[in-house]
Design a protein around this ligand. Structure first.
Ligand code: CA
Length: 224
């Protein structure tokens, strides 16, 4: 998943970025409201974590402008303004959830998981391709009761391919969903992840077909 974190406090931002990346997400970080507003016009993020007290443009304005443009990205608001009226204004303006500072990291992580889960097509957050089960919520893949040993990046590739199983996903789409501004992942790296993933998926009877010039397609192997 690709997330946008909008937070001007470097200490808080650092902790949250670490936590989100450990969960396997690509994270873009905006340190003021103007940069956040700009970023939101550039990419349809899977989730936006938005501080309200920001330089240049207030978080509430970032939220209102994004919703006015028709963005439906889930927004989790983080703020010290924890009075009831602020919560109501935030939710009315189109926020999906609200977390008052200071908060505990495990609670933040649980809220993020809950918001991302709502994005899932299936209620369980699981996608089955033949005998392979991809647990989007638990960020793991299973075959015959065994968890496959996948790196966070490999899971990222599998996740996007599984969400679009049977359809072609381009290398550029894989790259875009996995990389944030600071990452130095190139097209070649995508090929490496796909190559590794293909080997690991082989026992599960699921293949990644290369569609020359277009991209990759996840499919059940014939006979599997
Ligand atoms: Ca702030």
């Amino acid at each position: 998943m690709r997330l946008l974190l909008v937070e001007d406090d470097p200490v808080i931002a650092d902790g949250l970025i670490r936590s989100l990346r450990a969960a396997g997400h690509a994270v873009d970080h905006a340190t003021d409201g103007g940069a956040a507003d700009e970023a939101l016009t550039q990419y349809p993020y899977d989730l936006v974590v938005l501080d309200l007290g920001l330089p240049r443009l207030d978080g509430m304005d970032v939220l209102r402008r994004a919703r006015a443009r028709g963005s439906n990205a889930p927004m989790l608001i983080l703020t010290a303004r924890d009075s009831l009226s602020d919560r109501v204004v935030g939710l009315d303006a189109g926020a999906d959830d609200y977390l008052a500072k200071p908060f505990d990291l495990p609670e933040f992580e649980a809220r993020v998981r809950a918001l991302l889960r709502r994005r899932e097509t299936s209620v369980s957050g699981r996608i089955e391709i033949g005998p392979l089960m991809v647990d989007i919520t638990g960020r793991s893949a299973w075959h015959a009761g065994q968890r496959l040993d996948l790196s966070a990046r490999e899971f990222g590739v599998l996740e996007l391919l599984a969400r679009r199983a049977g359809r072609v996903v381009s290398k550029e789409q894989l790259l875009e969903s996995m990389t944030s501004w600071e990452d130095e992942v190139g097209i070649n790296a995508i090929e490496v992840y796909v190559h590794r993933l293909r080997r690991k998926l082989e026992p599960a009877g699921v293949g990644i077909r290369t569609v020359r010039g277009l991209g990759y397609l996840l499919e059940k192997n014939p006979g599997a």
